[in-house]
Design a protein around this ligand. Structure first.
Ligand code: HEC
Ligand code: HEC
Ligand code: HEC
Ligand code: HEC
Length: 405
């Protein structure tokens, strides 16, 4: 993960028009988040890692939070639970509105409307349509903070959701900005990339700020009015009065309410048995999994080495925080999760509850019957698990020395 300085301060280029007049003292800081992509918290596989609701909660406490959308990555029951977790948690830390992103929308308008019942703030979008000419959500939300009045408008770039009914952005924003009371500050949460945000900011000089989403990205402050918080919960933007990028870095103490929300989430994973429900059960990558004990007789040297490594205990690392039932986690900590003869749960398949021989060499049941031999040099597999998030400084040569066999 690339490191940014703790705080990137962007000089305030002040006051050209009423929209850009600085906020008076006494107005609480405005915080902008978005593009969480399902990251409630960093995985903890390595340190340091950025991100997470616990640090976000502590950071934005006492301010006003605006959520740009895309709480989740891809749809499914796991994503629904995450959305519900986010909405309840964000309500606790001063969120005033959430723009609906294209990934949220993939869960369906009906689900989002009912999940919105968990939030103390509205879900907004000025251009997502439930039917021709009929908006699915409120186009904007208004709130007061420190004696100042704000209208926050949500919009989605139609190009991001080709399968959904999404109206043209500029016309939608124009309609949503109409009829504002004097001295109201207008803000736009735009789920779309930078060029679109720049166009909208130019078309509507009355916008005090435009926060955009650029999926897959680092944070970006394009101008005092145009910025993006990056993705995966790793940063938030504070507008006070100029936009600053705040890193959700280790060392920020965890917010107790957010910790409780995460604990509830893990409990619900267990209650709903998501480990089984999210198991895709695709055919195995080879002949079927046998488990390590089946290899010991003939490959005693390899087995002894492996026995002494942390690969062998990878499930225990998850179990410490109850995550051995989390479909987001087990994939890299066991053998063959998601495949037909692979890991099901610690109780049902204890022989596969580790990063065992076949996690690297591939399914080897045929080999035991005298059939095809497993991969002789599976070093390409390391990167499936030791990736940029979980192990950014992985180098095969030095790491292999620790598990050579
Ligand atoms: C009955 C004995 C036996 C068992 C049990 C056994 N193997 Fe083997 N394995 C062999 C033999 C023999 C070879 C071939 C060695 C050679 O060709 O030099 C081999 C080769 C391999 C190779 C290297 C492939 C190559 O091309 O050189 C791998 C990897 C391997 N086995 C993995 C496993 C795994 C994983 C298990 C457990 C699921 C396992 N073996 C179980 C006997 C066994
Ligand atoms: C299926 C996922 C997966 C694959 C494939 C994988 N690893 Fe790992 N590796 C892990 C996990 C998970 C841990 C941490 C285990 C723990 O501490 O709980 C780990 C830990 C390690 C460690 C620390 C071991 C120790 O005892 O200190 C080394 C070294 C390592 N991996 C090297 C490799 C190399 C080299 C490869 C490729 C040949 C590889 N890994 C392939 C998941 C994987
Ligand atoms: C993409 C693969 C992958 C996923 C998904 C994954 N892990 Fe890991 N995890 C690893 C690897 C690789 C390591 C070892 C990293 C190293 O040795 O530096 C590891 C190590 C760990 C460790 C041991 C850290 C230590 O040093 O003691 C913990 C705890 C852990 N992971 C928890 C989790 C949790 C919780 C999740 C789900 C939120 C998760 N992992 C998901 C690959 C993964
Ligand atoms: C973390 C990944 C990983 C795990 C776990 C792992 N291996 Fe390997 N294994 C490798 C890699 C990579 C090589 C090739 C290394 C090389 O050629 O330098 C290898 C080589 C081998 C070979 C071939 C040795 C040779 O040169 O002929 C055998 C046999 C083997 N492993 C068996 C096992 C058995 C049995 C287990 C479990 C007890 C196991 N391995 C666990 C990654 C792994």
């Amino acid at each position: 993960m690339r490191r940014l300085p703790i705080l990137i301060l962007v000089a305030a280029a002040c006051a050209q028009g009423p929209a850009e007049a600085p906020l008076p003292a006494g107005v609480p800081a405005l915080y902008f988040a978005g593009d969480e992509l399902g990251y409630l918290e960093p995985c903890g596989c390595t340190r340091p890692q950025l991100g997470g609701l616990e640090r976000k909660g502590t950071t934005v406490a006492g301010g006003v939070l605006l959520e740009g959308g895309n709480l989740i990555d891809r749809p499914g029951r796991l994503a629904e639970l995450k959305v519900e977790t986010f909405l309840a948690a964000l309500s606790e830390i001063g969120c005033r509105a959430m723009n609906v992103g294209e990934r949220d929308l993939a869960l369906g308008i009906d689900f989002l409307r009912s999940a919105a019942g968990l939030a103390s703030f509205p879900l907004i979008s000025a251009n997502i349509l439930a039917a021709p000419g009929k908006l699915a959500f409120a186009p904007f939300a208004e709130f007061e903070a420190g004696g100042e009045r704000f209208r926050v408008v949500g919009a989605l770039d139609p190009a991001l959701a080709p399968a959904a009914a999404v109206g043209e952005t500029e016309a939608a924003v124009r309609a949503a900005l109409a009829g504002m009371a004097p001295n109201t500050r207008a803000l736009l949460l735009f789920c779309g990339a930078e060029p679109g945000a720049v166009r909208l900011a130019a078309a509507f000089p009355e916008l005090h700020a435009v926060c955009f989403a650029k999926s897959g990205g680092e944070p970006l402050v394009r101008s005092p009015r145009i910025f993006s918080p990056g993705d995966r919960s790793r940063w938030v933007i504070r507008l006070a009065p100029a936009p600053e990028v705040l890193e959700m870095a280790e060392g920020i103490p965890g917010h107790a309410g957010m910790r409780a929300a995460l604990a509830t989430y893990v409990r619900r994973l267990a209650e709903e048995d998501l480990l089984h429900r999210m198991n895709a059960r695709a055919p195995p990558s080879g002949s079927g999994y046998a488990g390590d004990e089946a290899c010991a007789d003939c490959h005693l040297g390899a087995w002894r080495t492996h026995e002494g490594t942390r690969h062998r205990r990878a499930i225990a690392s998850l179990a410490k925080t109850g995550r051995e039932i989390d479909p987001d986690c087990v994939g890299c900590h066991v053998i063959g999760y998601g495949e037909r003869t692979g890991f099901l749960s610690v109780d049902e398949t204890p022989q596969l509850a580790m990063v065992g021989c076949e996690a690297c060499h591939g399914a080897a049941a045929d080999h035991l019957r005298g059939g095809a031999k497993p991969a002789k040099d599976p070093r390409a597999s390391c990167r499936d698990c030791h990736n940029a998030d979980t192990d950014p400084h992985f180098v095969f040569e030095t790491r292999w020395e620790r598990i050579r066999h």
